[in-house]
Design a protein around this ligand. Structure first.
Ligand code: IMP
Ligand code: MG
Length: 188
């Protein structure tokens, strides 16, 4: 077992379960966006692993693009106040945009991104998230069109998700051991 894998308390979804779910969502998107060539947009870095796999599971022409954001200050996990540090490369006016997220927790980050993108008048804008953790949701109005898995109220890592920039490379999604979380302080 790798050093990183030894820090995992429980594997929630293994490589095969993730791959199967990504195929399912890819099929749904292919059906829903027939003849519409969606633009798959995600935020660096966590959602990149999901987005690249999803783009290969989609059987219709689709483009990808990326944004990067950073959160402000001490209250960042709760405030939803984020700053755009890399914008999309392409114009989205009149495009069918699918915002691809790794995990939606409070929903504040996704809410901010939806407002930002909506202001550019896309033809449509929907949300696809691999993981949904509904327990701490603040933005109740968030409409999630595609969802991979609902997860328990535990911090998770792997398949792109990090804890202090570690564990992204793990091929599965799992919870971290309490002693690992406690010894290193808060995740965000
Ligand atoms: P929200 O704004 O509270 O919905 O938080 C969303 C962002 O917080 C995600 O895009 C992740 O970067 C991060 N995040 C939330 N929960 C987790 C987790 O369990 N593991 C790793 N990152 C997380
Ligand atoms: Mg992170």
């Amino acid at each position: 077992m790798s050093e990183a894998a030894a820090d995992i308390a429980e594997i929630l979804f293994d490589r095969d379960q993730i791959a199967a779910r990504v195929q399912d969502i890819g099929r749904e998107i292919s059906r829903d966006y027939r003849e519409r060539a969606p633009l798959l947009v995600s935020v660096l870095k966590g959602a990149v692993y999901f987005l690249t796999d999803l783009s290969r599971a989609v059987a219709i022409p689709a483009e990808i693009d990326f944004m990067a954001i950073t959160s402000y200050g001490a209250a960042r996990a709760q405030s939803g106040v984020v700053r755009l540090i890399k914008d999309l490369d392409v114009e989205i006016t009149g495009r069918h945009v699918l915002l691809v997220e790794d995990v939606i927790d409070t929903g504040l980050t996704a809410g901010y991104l939806v407002r930002l993108l909506q202001a550019r008048s896309p033809a449509s804008l929907r949300i696809c998230t691999l993981l949904d953790r509904p327990y701490r949701r603040i933005l109740e109005s968030l409409d999630i069109a595609y969802r991979g898995f609902e997860i328990p109220d535990r911090f998770v890592v792997g398949y792109g998700l990090d804890y202090r920039e570690r564990y992204r490379h793990l091929p599965f999604i799992g919870t971290l051991r309490d002693d690992v979380l406690e010894s290193a302080g808060p995740p965000l």
